[in-house]
Design a protein around this ligand. Structure first.
Ligand SMILES: CC(=O)CC(=O)SCCNC(=O)CCNC(=O)[C@H](O)C(C)(C)COP(=O)(O)OP(=O)(O)OC[C@H]1O[C@@H](n2cnc3c(N)ncnc32)[C@H](O)[C@@H]1OP(=O)(O)O
Ligand SMILES: NC(=O)C1=CN([C@@H]2O[C@H](COP(=O)(O)OP(=O)(O)OC[C@H]3O[C@@H](n4cnc5c(N)ncnc54)[C@H](OP(=O)(O)O)[C@@H]3O)[C@@H](O)[C@H]2O)C=CC1
Length: 291
């Protein structure tokens, strides 16, 4: 199937990056969110990120202008009905995602492919609430989307080969690399990455090291580009907790028990960079550890 128009649900940090890379690759993009402010902020951020790319000569000024022209926004989810491919990138909560697909399905063209950028939730279960489980799959970008090369593609139990192949072709057109994962809790990247982040939080919780010593240890001792606590703040602590809960519930193994300190930060509304406080406080000129 030929994909030309792409609908993106959720204009948070992932939604804006996804719109950025699709528009730059020549797709028409229509983005929606429950918050008009989030849509306006996303368009402004895409403009800034594209301008930075022009500044370092990664793209031309006209490529930037063309990309910005290809991005539309709407307050109405049903306006996405005419697109060929939907990428749902709303908050990592199953009830939110299920409600979005329920509201959207009656307005879709029969051949539109439905996908979710979920970090962890069962693709098979999300698909089963729609009219087209065979045309439903996981399309999992990494953060920051314009920089990270990988897209994890996840087949639900009913996903057909034509849908998988079409999505593989789309990833190629974006200039990224796909890997295939079976549909088990948190797929591949987060099955491995998130327990490491959770263990770093336990290391802090048990007083083995400070925020700074934990992050410095992994950056200089294991060559990670960001320390695990810095990365948790970057991903969003609400998202990290949601992923750990999916692993814990889905695999029923205590090794996935979310650290109580992670839960406490989320309960405080300290969600990391996006709320300006997490393991670091981002309200000043430089991030300062909060413990
Ligand atoms: C939770 C999930 O479901 C799955 C996930 O996404 S897990 C998270 C996966 N992501 C990671 O692990 C990221 C780890 N961190 C990194 O790789 C790096 O720290 C980083 C790429 C984010 C920044 O790298 P850095 O060298 O410290 O910073 P910096 O030099 O400022 O940026 C490098 C490039 O990224 C770009 N960039 C950085 N942040 C960006 C952002 N948020 N949006 C767009 N571009 C960005 C910069 O413009 C720069 O581009 P050029 O090299 O072309 O000039
Ligand atoms: N953060 C990361 O590193 C990664 C995240 N993901 C996944 O991507 C998805 C989005 O994450 P992320 O962008 O970080 O989250 P954000 O919190 O940055 O953005 C989520 C956006 O979705 C909006 N939203 C909530 N409910 C709805 C709805 N019913 N309809 C439309 N929009 C809605 C939120 O609005 P409001 O704020 O007003 O509620 C918010 O603007 C999640 O599934 C996450 O697991 C995947 C890869 C990496």
């Amino acid at each position: 199937m030929n994909i030309e128009r792409v609908g993106i649900v959720g204009a948070g940090q992932m939604g804006n990056g996804i719109a950025h890379v699709f528009a730059l690759a020549g797709f028409d993009v229509l983005m929606t969110d429950v918050s008009r402010d989030a849509l306006d902020a996303a368009v402004a951020l895409i403009d800034r990120n594209l301008t930075r790319q022009v500044g370092r000569e990664a793209i031309s000024e006209s490529a930037k202008d063309d990309a910005m022209r290809r991005i539309g926004t709407t307050d109405k989810l049903i306006d996405l009905g005419k697109t060929d491919l939907i990428i749902e990138a709303a908050t990592e909560r199953e009830t939110i995602k299920t409600a979005i697909f329920e509201d959207l399905v009656p307005h879709l063209k029969p051949d539109t492919i439905l996908t979710s950028n979920t970090s962890s939730i069962s693709i098979t279960r999300l698909a089963s609430g729609t009219d087209r489980p065979e045309k439903f799959m996981g399309f999992h970008f990494m953060n920051p989307v314009p920089v990270m090369q990988l897209v994890e593609l996840i087949r639900g139990i009913a996903t057909d080969e034509a849908t998988f192949k079409t999505c593989q072709g789309v990833v190629e057109k974006l200039g990224k690399t796909s890997t295939a994962s079976e549909d088990f809790p948190a797929f591949i990247v987060n099955r491995i990455l998130m327990p490491m982040i959770n263990e770093a939080i336990y290391t802090l919780y048990e007083g083995v090291g400070s925020v700074q010593s934990i992050d410095t240890s992994l950056k200089l001792g294991a060559n990670h580009p960001m320390g695990p606590l810095e990365l948790a703040d970057f991903i969003g602590l609400d998202t990290c907790l949601a992923i750990m809960n999916v692993l814990h519930d889905g695999l029923a193994d205590t090794k996935y028990r979310p650290c109580p300190l992670l839960t406490k930060y989320v309960e405080a509304g300290w969600l990391g960079r996006k709320s300006k406080r997490g393991f670091y406080d981002y309200r000043g000129d430089v991030p300062v550890p909060t413990r």
